[in-house]
Design a protein around this ligand. Structure first.
Ligand code: XUL
Ligand code: CO
Length: 469
């Protein structure tokens, strides 16, 4: 496929004369041109901020070191198989528009295997190191569960081979427990124990696949783990059962040696009218109630945050404050549309806020920035996939540089530290260390003058951020 270095190969093959070498090169190039899904698209180069080339990075330089770490290691970009390879770009009123000339739209294994090659060509050309998938994105659902499992195993074997050839890695795997009609009432929260068992079996195989591919994480997004009406719902029973499913996953991870992280991905609604994992706070509460905090972190997605009427920044701070910010689904919603539009992130203010929180917590370790995003229905050509990812990567490269500069500058964090400095000593530190109660605080308040307060300086701080953008 795409060996790490063609020249190395040629040298080891010992091509002696220049003519031989040139002929060989021409053959390789011809073969490549024939087998490539994106023959007109090169490996995307970095050309700098003055470049007008839509197929070049203007800001993302994978090996540029920022604060002691390369951009690539800070950002840990991942491409989402379900959008890049499988999204037909339907909307609630229209059929899919996406043009994928390599895909015969069949459910055959051959088609599934062909897609994997195209996907790895895409990863190679964009310079994205990681990917994420659902079991049913990569391999077709069979007539029986056993057949589906077998299909998955075949495709996983191929993915493993491609990973070995290219050095690309799996950021996280997951099971699709929301598309098939059997999951209409939920999976881990289904009213049917038989459906629950089926879902558990599917998670088990998806975890096996994740381990086989050296995946660094496993995500639970509970697309149908909620309700459309409370009239038919036993919420307590559903939540208890969901927690049991997650505990089974934890137990199974120990059995199969999965050392990655489990992530829950909050989303308030859609397709359900209420999803139990509605936002970061609801997820944390669930994890604490069912004693799962040691095993789970959160995968925070921008469009899910905004559907929950929160900012992405809010959700990140909630997760990070609990030591549970694991990974990010990097996308954005549309300000005038009320559904999950899964657009590519292009807003530098947003990427700056995300990178500020990621840098403040010391960086992503087992998580990454997964482009859970799709081009618009009108952007239906293969090249649009490239424009979209390049734009997202550049937006995050800028966010990273800006956030790093803001932290280095120190004024923002300095302002916040100073704002809370009354807690560092005196009565503040006594409260924080638990030394005082109401009586002591009353005594303190009675013996002191009316407390003075200072401005929050919001506008000054907003201007400060804009200094760097
Ligand atoms: C759906 C969503 C999912 C999860 C993985 O809104 O974000 O694609 O990221 O199941
Ligand atoms: Co997502």
């Amino acid at each position: 496929m795409y060996p790490r270095n063609h020249l190395d190969q040629l040298q080891t093959q010992g091509a002696s004369s220049l003519v031989l070498l040139v002929t060989l090169l021409i053959t390789i190039i011809k073969q490549k041109m024939m087998s490539e899904a994106f023959p007109d698209i090169p490996v995307i180069p970095y050309e700098g901020s003055q470049s007008k080339n839509p197929l070049a990075f203007k800001h993302y330089i994978h090996n540029e070191v920022i604060g002691g770490k390369t951009m690539k290691d800070h950002l840990r970009f991942a491409a989402a198989y379900w959008h890049t390879m499988r999204n037909e770009l339907i909307d609630p009123f229209g059929v899919g528009t996406s043009s994928k000339p390599w895909d015969d739209r069949s459910d055959s294994i051959e088609n599934a295997l062909r897609r994997t090659e195209v996907f790895f060509e895409f990863l190679h050309k964009t310079g994205i190191d990681y990917y994420c998938f659902h079991d049913r994105d990569v391999a077709p659902e069979g007539a029986t569960l056993a057949e589906s499992n077998q299909n998955l195993e075949v495709v996983v074997e191929k993915l493993k081979e491609l990973q070995g050839q290219t050095g690309k890695k799996l950021l996280w795997g997951t099971a699709c427990l929301f598309t098939h009609p059997r999951y209409m009432h939920g999976a881990g929260t289904s009213c049917s124990a038989n459906v629950y068992a089926y879902a558990a079996a599917q998670v088990k195989s998806a975890m096996d696949a994740t381990v086989a591919l050296g995946g660094e994480g496993y995500v639970f997004w509970g697309g149908r783990e909620g309700y459309t009406t409370l009239l038919n719902t036993n919420m307590k029973r559903e939540l208890d059962n969901l927690a049991k499913l997650l505990h089974m996953a934890v137990d199974y991870a120990a059995e199969i040696g999965f050392t990655g992280k489990f992530f829950i991905e909050p989303k308030p609604k859609e397709p359900t009218s209420h999803q139990y994992d509605s936002d970061a706070a609801a997820c944390l509460n669930f994890l604490r109630e069912f004693d799962l905090m040691d095993h789970f972190q959160l995968n925070i997605e921008t469009n899910h945050a905004t559907l929950a009427n929160h900012s992405m920044h809010h959700e990140l701070v909630v997760a990070a404050s609990a030591g549970a910010l694991g990974s990010v689904d990097a996308n954005t919603g549309h300000p005038q549309l009320g559904w999950d539009t899964d657009q590519f992130p292009t807003d530098i203010y947003l990427t700056t806020q995300i990178m500020l929180e990621i840098l403040r917590m010391g960086g992503l370790t087992q998580g990454g920035l997964n482009f859970d995003a799709k081009p618009r229905r009108e952007s239906f050509e293969p090249v649009d996939l490239f424009h979209a990812h390049i734009g997202g990567m550049d937006a995050f490269a800028r966010g990273l540089k800006i956030a790093h500069a803001i932290i280095e500058d120190g004024r923002l964090d300095g302002f916040v530290s100073k704002r809370y400095s009354s807690w560092d000593s005196g009565i503040g530190s006594k409260v924080e260390s638990g030394e005082v109660g109401f009586k002591e605080l009353e005594e303190y308040a009675l013996s002191n003058d009316e407390p003075s307060v200072e401005s929050g300086r919001q506008e000054m701080l907003e201007n400060l951020i804009n200094e760097f953008i």
